[in-house]
Design a protein around this ligand. Structure first.
Ligand code: SF4
Ligand code: SF4
Length: 426
């Protein structure tokens, strides 16, 4: 198996939640369902204030181009389209629904025809997006028939703490394997690979027992093994050139949870309105893996799992690539894989100091970049130099910040440089 260069080996800290079977968070009284927590244009509301909706009913339609449908996670009354804070600290439109706790639901009609077109249309109808965190609409991603030969299911889950995919693979291997087969059918891939890091032996064994035509690929435990380009290299030996898509080298990658969502949409007619979320960290009493409805305020999760006073930082997603959460009013999205409550020690909130020129950030970068030079170029506002140093190739993995003994905010700097280079067309 091919090995990518660079990367780091952070403490996994999976033990907090990996032993917790998936449970269900009680539904909240109100949900704020985001219209734009996916890549592309926000969905367009198709319901009005005062309207009664059923669980699973479409409440916002995918906009033109890249976008995704949105469905009601609970039955109840629409209170309106309101602005609400997101995990990125921005105000965005959400649909507020007051739960009537009837749990009356609707499903999509049975899918009798299993052609690539029909499966692709069902994935679009169900509003499925990349549930590993990226949020790219899955139907758009899989619409590459004739261009790819391999579908790779990403079950690496290389970020510390997160165990939701591990638990899904262990508890629902048949559903994930069938979802992978259906996704492969939709995109025309003949070869199915399921990549799982070797630190999840139960998940590997469970998938090997059911995978049929798919091949289970035990992966080296090294962050960022689950990053798309690194995973493709490990699984197929192919290199995705800068500025190109995986499909350009014949591969499409979907997350394991996304494969499960494909299964649920095709076999059970369930749209994507809930997900498994890991709740973990040293500052929470009861770490867990929970089915959480999209739109659930994170304070409900914090209360249910017993977030403690000594929490120094709350993170949505993993500690390497996730976002700091500044308000528990923020609501769960289709992409919220984890909510971490970290102690002072775990958060490592030290002061940033001057670079000591150790070169560790260069050794750690899995894309072969020199983050220290990109940061210098950014500080000097020399964006052409930042581009020349490869800022555009950054995959925002956070390895450089993780290893820097001077605690410099390298990943944030490189991400900003990349954004400026793109926006200014440099
Ligand atoms: S420069 Fe980008 S790709 Fe390289 S280690 Fe830093 S965040 Fe990761
Ligand atoms: S790891 Fe930090 S201290 Fe070392 S060269 Fe990079 S920026 Fe400088």
């Amino acid at each position: 198996m091919a090995r990518f260069g660079g990367g780091v080996h952070p403490a996994g800290r999976k033990q907090y939640s990996s032993g917790s079977a998936i449970a269900r968070l009680p539904d909240p009284k109100e949900v704020w369902v985001p219209l734009s927590k996916h890549i592309g244009a926000p969905a367009v509301p198709v319901v009005q204030a005062g309207e009664h909706v059923l669980r699973g009913q479409r409440i916002a339609a995918a906009a033109e181009g890249i976008s995704a449908n949105v469905h009601a996670p609970v039955a109840g009354t629409v209170k309106g389209v309101v602005t609400h804070i997101t995990s990125a600290g921005k105000k965005r439109e959400h649909i507020l629904i007051e739960n009537d706790f009837s749990d009356e639901g609707v499903t999509l009609p049975p899918l009798t025809e299993r052609t690539p077109e029909a499966v692709l249309a069902r994935i679009a109808e169900a509003g499925i997006v990349g549930m590993g965190g990226a949020g790219f609409p899955t139907a758009v991603k899989l619409d590459v028939c004739g261009r790819v030969d391999t579908l790779l299911v990403n079950g690496a889950e290389c970020e510390p703490y997160i165990t939701c995919d591990d638990r899904l693979l262990r508890e629902h291997p048949r559903e994930v394997a069938e979802g992978a087969r259906l996704a492969g059918l939709a995109c025309g891939a003949q070869r199915l690979l399921i990549g799982i890091e070797k630190n999840k032996p139960e998940a590997i064994a469970a998938m090997k027992g059911v995978c049929g035509q798919a091949e289970v690929l035990p992966l080296r435990t090294r962050y960022p093994q689950g990053a798309e380009k690194q995973l493709i290299y490990a699984g197929t030996g192919r290199v995705v050139p800068e500025g190109k898509l995986p499909a350009d080298c014949g591969v499409v990658v979907i997350n394991a949870h996304t494969a499960y969502a494909v299964y649920a949409a095709v076999e059970r007619g369930e749209p994507c309105y809930e997900r498994v979320m890991t709740v973990s960290g040293g500052a929470v009493e009861r770490p867990a893996n929970l089915w959480v409805k999209v739109g659930t305020p994170l304070r409900e999760v914090a209360g249910y799992c017993g977030a403690r006073e000594d929490c120094a930082r709350i993170v949505s997603g993993g500690p390497m690539m996730g976002e700091a959460v500044f308000s528990l009013k923020v609501c769960a999205a289709k992409t919220t894989s984890a909510l971490l409550f970290l102690t002072e020690e775990e958060a490592e909130t030290g002061e940033s100091s001057v670079c000591i020129g150790c070169g560790k950030c260069v050794q750690a970068c899995p894309m072969g970049l020199s983050p220290v030079f990109i940061e210098s170029a950014l500080l000097a506002k020399d964006y052409a130099e930042a581009k020349r140093c490869g800022a555009s190739a950054c995959i925002e993995c956070g390895c450089c910040s993780y290893v820097c003994p001077a605690k410099r905010y390298l990943a944030q700097s490189v991400r900003l440089a990349k954004k400026i280079v793109r926006e200014r067309g440099i």
